[in-house]
Design a protein around this ligand. Structure first.
Ligand code: AMP
Ligand code: TRP
Length: 335
């Protein structure tokens, strides 16, 4: 029997951080044994806000190297660049024409990002979730593993698929498969080191707020030392008055591969002076092998090129027939 399929991607804006690793890539690594994985670099999404053309391609390659360094195996999984497959933009256009504007106006991520852009909000930024729906539905995945923040986009994706099926398909023969979101509890939301109520994010102007996967040990130690805490003694999960405490314990749990109960027991009598060096060392050691592999990969451009060329071909073999199916259903002239 064929393995169930998953698809996911990361936008090629800025450097990858612990939130991306623990909330996304690490789950994919686990899933790749039991699932057929399609993983891509969302560079079309990266230009929905003003971007620097000098770093776009380099960011794409860096993310590809990060996927592989974190344990995605190109022999098992398909790794590809979104902009290299015109199918994504083409299906997004068709979806544009069946998606009510009101659905997009409700998107939380759009509202948050639009505020930051002031008067300079592009149509592309509003259309971002429609392109994401195309990314997903082209590959007919069973599920889509993402962080909690992407839940609304996945609901929209399901709504778009259902609408297309309703308008152009028949009940016994749906055109597009409707995928399930896959959102893990642990790691779903890694918070900022400077504010335990805010998500760790590439776009936070403060580098102190996040740990990048390429930060060297001294930097990691310093960032954890300066991470916001509270004056209480004894550390605990799930106290809403102590969001930083919950977040840092969660990081320790994930990076040391322990259960929540084990960490809660280990840390319940600790003070920050004891816990922070422990977390720093655990983080440095967890990232060490990833960083070594990343350095080797990023200097082997020939290999990365080859992975992406093969990925493109494998991806297109799935995406093309889906697009053709949709075009035929919508009624386009077929040669
Ligand atoms: P982004 O960096 O926003 O393009 O996100 C790429 C992937 O990482 C998505 O699946 C996100 O849900 C996930 N992600 C990003 N930031 C975090 C975070 N702070 N905690 C958990 N997952 C995250
Ligand atoms: N919007 C996603 C994010 O910011 C990235 C993304 C683009 C994506 N297309 C996707 C994730 C398709 C999953 C599936 O994280």
């Amino acid at each position: 029997m064929a393995k169930p399929r998953i698809l996911s991607g990361i936008q090629t804006t800025g450097d990858m951080h612990l939130g991306n690793y623990l909330g996304a890539i690490r789950n994919w690594v686990e899933l790749q044994h039991s699932h057929d994985c399609f993983l891509f670099m969302a560079d079309l999404h990266a230009i929905t806000v003003p971007h620097d053309p000098k770093t776009l391609a380099e960011n794409t390659i860096k993310i590809a190297a990060t996927y592989i360094a974190c344990g995605i195996d190109p022999a098992q999984s398909t790794i590809f660049v979104q902009s290299q497959l015109p199918e994504h933009s083409e299906l997004a256009w068709i979806f544009n024409c069946i998606t009510p504007l009101g659905w997009l106006e409700r998107m939380i991520q759009f509202k948050e990002k639009a505020v930051k852009q002031g008067d300079n909000v592009s149509v592309g930024l509003m259309d971002y979730p429609v392109l994401q729906a195309a990314d997903i539905l082209l590959y007919e995945p069973d599920s889509v593993p993402v962080g909690e923040d992407q839940k609304q986009h996945l609901e929209l994706t399901r709504d778009i698929a259902a609408r297309l099926n309703f308008q152009f398909g028949s009940e016994d023969k749906p055109i597009l498969k409707i995928p399930e979101p896959m959102i893990r509890k642990a790691g779903a939301r890694i918070m900022s080191l400077t504010d335990g109520t805010k998500k760790m994010s590439k776009s936070d102007p403060s580098a102190q707020s996040r740990i990048d996967l390429t930060d060297d040990p001294q930097v990691i130690i310093k960032k954890i030392k300066r991470a916001k805490t509270d004056p209480e003694r004894g550390l605990e999960f799930d106290n809403p008055q102590r969001p930083e405490c919950h977040n840092l314990l969660g990081l320790y749990q994930l990076l040391s591969n322990q259960t929540k109960a084990a960490v809660a027991a280990e840390c319940k009598d600790m003070g920050w002076g004891q816990f922070k060096p422990l977390l720093a060392e655990t983080t440095v050691e967890a990232l060490r092998p990833i960083q070594a592999k990343y350095q080797a990969l990023i200097s082997d451009r020939t290999y990365l090129q080859q992975v992406l060329a093969e990925g493109k071909e494998k991806a297109q073999a799935v995406a093309r027939p889906t697009l053709d199916k949709v075009k035929a259903a919508v009624g386009f002239y077929v040669l």
